[in-house]
Write a protein that binds this ligand. Structure first.
Ligand code: SF4
Length: 184
């Protein structure tokens, strides 16, 4: 007996010798099982991410074991730690270098809101400069919370239409952050 479990098939129509579904569902299924993170770790929350990568929590169970330090091969920008205002443009540049579709996770209180550092030099949340898909509360959050946020992103990736990134609402979102929209 094999312990290998098959993933759930997307909704579709099944008959003798055939299974039909939509392209969106197949693409969403593939994307959701191979979301590669780009860890942008500046302080303590990054340590929690390291634990999430370790054998106990084992993020590779969900297809995300391959951290990408090249923005062009990454799907999720995971910002973990305090982001100084001087560092804001670098975070934004990394985000812009990532290819679509891309998602952003703000890990911990600092990345989400500045945390306890309500000071002139600290960015009060990365959503001041880039759009964020999932916020992970806590100072620091536990690895379980990071995995929970990954599950949320997987749901988003799975249910997203292949056209979403070309829709006016998405373009308007990027324009509101003064991020150029790449046609393609
Ligand atoms: S949220 Fe807390 S644990 Fe995370 S980087 Fe900020 S101070 Fe450190």
């Amino acid at each position: 007996m094999s312990d290998i479990k098959m993933g759930e098939a997307p909704d579709g129509f099944e008959g003798a010798g055939f299974f039909a579904t939509s392209l969106d569902q197949v693409v969403g299924l593939a994307r959701s099982h191979s979301l590669w993170p780009l860890p942008f770790a500046t302080s303590c929350c990054g340590i929690e991410f390291m634990a999430t990568m370790g054998s106990h929590y084992d993020i590779s169970r969900f297809g995300s074991e391959r951290p990408s330090f090249s923005p062009r091969q990454a799907d999720i920008l995971m910002v973990m730690g305090t982001i100084a205002k001087k560092m804001g443009p670098i975070v934004k540049q990394v985000y812009q270098q990532m290819a679509e579709p891309k998602w952003v996770m703000a890990v911990g209180a600092c990345a989400s809101s500045g945390g306890i550092f309500d000071s002139y030099s600290v960015l009060q949340g990365i959503d001041r400069i880039i759009p964020v898909d999932v916020y992970v509360p806590g100072c620091p959050p536990r690895p379980e919370q990071i995995l929970d946020a990954l599950m949320e992103l997987k749901k988003m990736a799975r249910s997203e239409t292949t056209r979403r990134r070309n829709e006016p609402e998405y373009k308007a979102l990027l324009e509101s952050y003064n991020i150029p929209v790449l046609e393609g």
